[in-house]
Design a protein around this ligand. Structure first.
Ligand code: NDP
Ligand code: HSE
Length: 431
């Protein structure tokens, strides 16, 4: 005979919530064997009771107010799939934990802003806070770091953390489509955030990065200090120039703990075709973690969408059913260190620079002089193509340089009347 079921309540029945219902129904028998007890959905909540969601909700109690789910005696776990950093999701999460329920969530925005508070509360209530789905959807990267790599000092963690941006950049390159058209497709496919700015301005990737950094470096989540730049300024021409130089453009989230400071950045980056991340296409995500004993780990898979995200949510439920869970950020919240933010501009690396200039004598000399004066050395320089405004593109790759110096050169050039458009600067991923 089987043990008592784990009784769960679902708040939010959108892409992820309905996926969780379908997964639990489809794989019920196997899940019960693995968890040593069935996982049973008891109650659900969303905004609109009459909406056809393609799943049968008749077997479950409906609550109009999701917070009611946290007060039900027959519920062991509340699964928060509403979304939003604050508002109803946060109220629900706080109440669920305060009432001694385990909380499973896919909500990276909420964890980026309130992860430390919720983890502290969960510890004090001796209950679980689990969020595998919040970072890179179906990829078990939270488990990978919390469990698989737990013995390592993690030196650096980086990856492709937003499926929408990766999908947009991949299709812009493969099919030479404009940005706006591809964004609309991503929204139809169900992996874009409710607010598209969260995806394309890098905020969603920054949410995820701040969670990964906390886990990887034993530091408190510090979303406020993620330097964040999205993909709006990336032009099709940049994708072409990068390809000509042997790179693909990817939105990369990168975090490192350096000299007692926390470096966190989300930015479009040139990735060499020799690097595995260059070949992570479409809505796929990938995370690289470098540990001092394990070496380089690469996690890759579907970072969003109904099936992959539900897979991660239900993996967390199985852990709760087994009674296998520890502190949310791999160590007690009180032990997480408060690392100061690193000086971003002191960072060294190679850069891609794209200038749109008037095609006339002396312009190249002006550009190279500005870089020389800032102490930036050029590795390669090409003049290629004609810009929409009739100017020509001057595209450069620098030798390793300090970002502050590169920015100094660009601000000198930005004031020059030889430039016919705003300069574009992107980092090159060099590890
Ligand atoms: P959806 O927008 O598809 O679904 C949200 C659900 O929450 C809907 O069922 C909605 O109700 C319900 N809801 C919204 N506001 C309220 C409220 N005030 N009270 C009660 N219910 C409410 O979102 P997703 O399923 O895509 O995302 C859910 C969470 O998962 C988010 O945190 C998201 O960031 C995260 N996530 C999503 C992924 C994805 O691929 N979609 C991947 C990884 C994480 P109704 O349907 O009635 O309008
Ligand atoms: N909007 C997110 C993405 C969903 O595109 O990756 C997964 O968190």
């Amino acid at each position: 005979t089987m043990a008592e079921p784990l009784n769960i309540a679902l708040a939010g029945l959108g892409t992820v919530g309905t996926g969780v219902i379908r997964l639990i129904e489809t794989n019920a028998a196997l899940i019960a064997r693995r968890a040593r007890r069935p996982i049973r959905i008891v109650a659900v909540s969303a905004r609109d009771r009459t909406k056809d969601r393609g799943v049968d909700l008749a077997p479950y109690v409906w609550e109009d107010d999701p917070t009611q789910l946290t007060r039900r005696e027959d519920v062991d776990v509340v699964v928060e799939l509403v979304g939003g950093s604050d508002g109803p999701a946060l109220t629900l999460a706080r109440n669920a934990i305060a009432n001694g329920k385990a909380l499973v969530t896919a909500n990276k925005a909420m964890l980026a802003h309130h992860g430390l508070e919720l983890a502290t509360l969960a510890e004090s209530k001796r209950t679980a806070l689990k969020y595998e789905a919040a970072v890179a959807g179906g990829i078990p990267v939270i488990k990978g770091l919390r469990e698989g790599a737990a013995a390592n000092v993690i030196e650096r963690i980086y990856g492709i953390l937003n499926g929408t941006c990766n999908y947009i950049l991949s299709r812009m390159e493969a099919e030479r489509l404009p940005f706006g058209e591809v964004l609309a497709d991503a929204q139809r496919l169900g992996f874009a955030e409710a607010d598209p700015s969260f995806d394309i301005d890098g905020i969603d990737a920054a949410h995820k990065l701040s969670i990964l950094a906390s886990l990887a470096f034993g530091a408190r989540v510090d979303f406020g200090h993620v330097a964040c730049e999205g993909i709006r300024a990336v032009e099709s021409a940049d994708i072409d120039h990068a390809a000509a130089l042997g790179f693909r453009i990817k939105l990369i989230g990168l975090a490192a703990a350096e000299g007692g400071a926390l470096f966190q950045r989300v930015h479009p980056c040139l990735v060499s075709l020799k690097h595995p991340l260059a070949h992570v296409d479409g809505s796929l995500n990938a995370v690289v973690a470098e540990g001092n004993f394990v070496g380089r780990l690469l996690f890759q898979g579907r970072g969003a969408g109904e099936g992959p995200t539900a897979s991660a949510v239900v993996a967390d439920l199985i852990d709760v059913a087994r009674g296998e869970f520890g502190p949310a950020f791999a160590m007690p919240a009180a032990r997480l260190s408060k690392l100061p933010p690193a000086d971003q501009l002191a960072h060294e690396g190679r850069f891609y620079l794209r200038l749109t200039v008037a095609d006339r004598p002396g312009v190249l000399a002006e550009i190279t002089a500005a870089l020389r004066d800032a102490g930036v050395s050029i590795e390669s320089l090409i003049q290629r193509g004609v810009a929409a405004n009739g100017g020509v593109y001057v595209v450069m790759v620098t030798h390793s340089a300090v970002e502050r110096q590169v920015r100094a050169a660009l601000s000198v050039l930005a004031g020059s009347d030889s430039l016919t458009g705003a300069p574009m600067m992107m980092h090159i991923l060099d590890f």
